[in-house]
Ligand binder design. Structure first.
Ligand code: PMT
Length: 408
């Protein structure tokens, strides 16, 4: 339980991998290194070849007091696969400045230099601070890459309006050092704030078979639940994800158990329940299943006139009845009287928090990369604006983090 869990305080010096790309603003990365070193952050700088045309690696080596890597073929003496060891060491990876070209590489998963290979190999949060000419920033290709990166959880410190190196005035100037530092420090703080916490997440739909071919299902894709599992895992929690059928890959750093039906989901979730401090029940569990499952495909001519359904167990309500010190979070997928139904679920299932989403709203609920939710507790309703499912995941993990940090 959270109260009894020995949460390891994040006292070790955090490691930031700083990627510097080829842009006139590369010199501003020196100021970032100076400030972060003063805050006892260990900085490993990786530079593209183009970046070395603007600032010499010696400058970063001197400021960070660490070796600087500029090529996939650099020999650091300790590891044959240097980009992988850098990727693993990173608590956070910051790319500042980040050119349009490097954004495109990140969006398409290219890994043909030390910076892009490290970014592809890391499980740490990636922050980018783009800097480029206004037309490049506004180009549809860059906008599409930006959306792709955001949907994958990359944090973007937006460029500012101002005078650019080319003499134009417009959007595209690297964000201020203060702003980049603020975002980076917040992410470094989040990089291990949930170490030692046991978390169970359920996600996706359940499929309730009628015969070997047909089933009753729903529209859940697992996106929201997987984002939550990944966020908790990234912040150091021991996460078990029990997932219904989805086309998503297993999230990084998370133990994933795949199931099909509500009964299978219940069995898998109950197996881990004793060992967790937090449950986040995002799955759209089918409330009913066909009473009779045919062993062979039902022929058209044999189809019954009615389908008899039986109730599935309510997995979360079962956990609520045996809550102990756990923190239980349910979701409520509603189309009318959203808050009223969410409050009823909060009480009926003995939950600490219900995340309510109106699934009839454009850009919210099933299948979208974004969601619009309300956090409903016994004390207060907190309305959040529309945001990516990653950001919703971050807000939920922040709530748990705030609670954990108050523990003696
Ligand atoms: O997967 P996505 O495409 O990203 O879509 C996300 C989502 C819309 C599925 C998600 O945001 C969401 O709302 N999930 C909850 C869906 C749901 O089944 O809500 P509900 O109001 O029917 O259930 C209330 C709570 O009880 C949920 O936490 C649910 O997981 C849980 N429950 C419900 C029924 C049941 N038999 N067992 C349960 O544990």
């Amino acid at each position: 339980m959270i109260a009894d869990t020995d949460i390891t305080p994040a006292t070790a010096r955090p490691t930031l991998v700083l990627g510097v790309t080829g842009c006139i603003a590369a010199y501003k990365a020196c100021e970032l290194v100076r400030s972060l070193v003063k805050q006892d952050v260990r900085i490993k700088v990786v530079m593209t070849q183009a970046a070395t045309r603007f600032v010499g690696p010696v400058t970063f080596r001197t400021l960070s007091d660490e070796p600087v890597t500029t090529s996939l073929w650099d020999d650091p003496g300790s590891s044959a696969v240097h980009h992988v060891s850098l990727a693993e060491e990173a608590d956070v990876m910051l790319i500042a400045p980040c050119t349009a070209n490097v954004m495109a590489k990140l969006a398409t998963g290219r890994a043909d230099d030390i910076l892009s290979a490290t970014a592809l190999a890391t499980e740490a949060t990636i922050i980018i601070a783009p800097a480029m000419n206004t037309h490049m920033w506004r180009h549809p290709a860059t906008r599409a890459n930006l959306e792709t990166l955001r949907s994958r959880g990359v944090i973007v410190v937006e460029p500012e309006l101002g005078e650019l190196a080319c003499g134009d005035i417009g959007e595209g100037r690297l964000a201020s050092a203060e702003r980049i530092l603020e975002v980076t420090q917040a992410e470094l703080g989040r990089s291990s704030d949930l170490v030692g916490l046991g978390v169970l997440v359920t996600a996706g739909p359940t499929f309730e078979p009628m015969d070997p071919v047909r089933f009753l299902g729903n529209r859940s894709t697992g996106k929201q639940g997987y984002a939550i599992a990944e966020e908790f895992g990234r912040r150091g929690a021991n996460v078990v994800l029990v997932s219904g059928p989805t086309s998503l890959p297993d999230p990084f750093g998370v133990t994933t158990i795949r199931v099909n039906t509500a009964l299978e989901m219940q069995a898998a979730a109950e197996c881990v329940y004793d060992d967790v401090d937090v449950v986040v029940s995002v799955a759209a569990v089918a409330d009913f299943r066909p009473e009779y499952v045919a062993g062979d495909k039902i022929k058209k001519e044999d189809a019954p006139d009615t389908l008899v359904l039986v109730r599935n167990p309510d997995i979360l309500a079962g956990f609520g009845a045996d809550k102990g010190d756990r923190f239980l979070i349910g979701f409520a997928a509603e189309t009318v009287d959203v808050l009223k139904h969410a409050r009823q679920k909060l009480v009926a299932k003995n939950l600490d928090l219900v995340v309510a989403n109106d699934v009839s709203e454009p850009g919210a609920g099933f299948g979208h990369d974004t969601n619009r939710v309300v956090f409903v507790t016994r004390e207060v309703d907190e309305h959040l604006s529309s945001m990516t499912k990653r950001e919703v995941a971050r807000r939920i993990a922040d709530k748990i983090s705030a609670r954990v940090s108050k523990m003696p």
